[in-house]
Design a binder for this molecule. Sequence first.
Ligand SMILES: Cc1cc2nc3c(=O)[nH]c(=O)nc-3n(C[C@H](O)[C@H](O)[C@H](O)COP(=O)(O)OP(=O)(O)OC[C@H]3O[C@@H](n4cnc5c(N)ncnc54)[C@H](O)[C@@H]3O)c2cc1C
Length: 157
Amino acid sequence: MALRRLLALGAALGRRSCCSKPSLPPDFVEALRAVVGAPNVSTAAAVREQHGHDESMHPCAPPDVVVWPQAVGQVQELAALCHRGRVPMVPFGTGTGLEGGVNAVQGGVCFDLSRMDAIAELSLEDFSVTVEPGVTRKALNKHLRGTGLWFPVVSKA
Ligand SMILES: Cc1cc2nc3c(=O)[nH]c(=O)nc-3n(C[C@H](O)[C@H](O)[C@H](O)COP(=O)(O)OP(=O)(O)OC[C@H]3O[C@@H](n4cnc5c(N)ncnc54)[C@H](O)[C@@H]3O)c2cc1C
């Protein structure tokens, strides 16, 4: 009985989250374009679909819009816009996660961080490196070539 009630509650919540998906505030996409430039904002269905899933089995849940910030300041401005408009934000690396973390179940803005790919600082003495979020393992290893160091496939590489 308890299980049946739990399942009914789950179904009701599922219906509500599906049906109550909020729409974007007026002029919101224009405001995003003003921050990162029009070429770094897309509402194309194919692009949204590509960003609405990872490698997991979860069904695609596309965001309303995808943005490609290229600097920390832009991320801050975009986040402020989302906060003011009560719009969900979903960070996106390469979409290879295995748990559906990039699925935009409430829509919103996908922050594709792949164009923030600078390697800021490398300290060979203490084996530490500071990178932007778009730096991949392979790119880092290319940068490290010749130093005697490498970044192995480890948890969340
Ligand atoms: C074939 C295969 C083998 C794998 N093997 C391993 C393994 O051996 N060990 C292991 O640990 N993992 C493994 N993984 C999983 C691996 O950890 C993920 O692929 C990787 O962490 C996802 O990184 P991503 O940039 O693609 O993130 P995404 O899939 O884009 O995102 C993953 C999650 O992180 C969030 N996110 C993304 N970028 C940021 C950011 N900059 N700031 C905050 N949140 C962010 C997303 O919103 C999402 O919730 C494997 C995956 C695959 C496909």
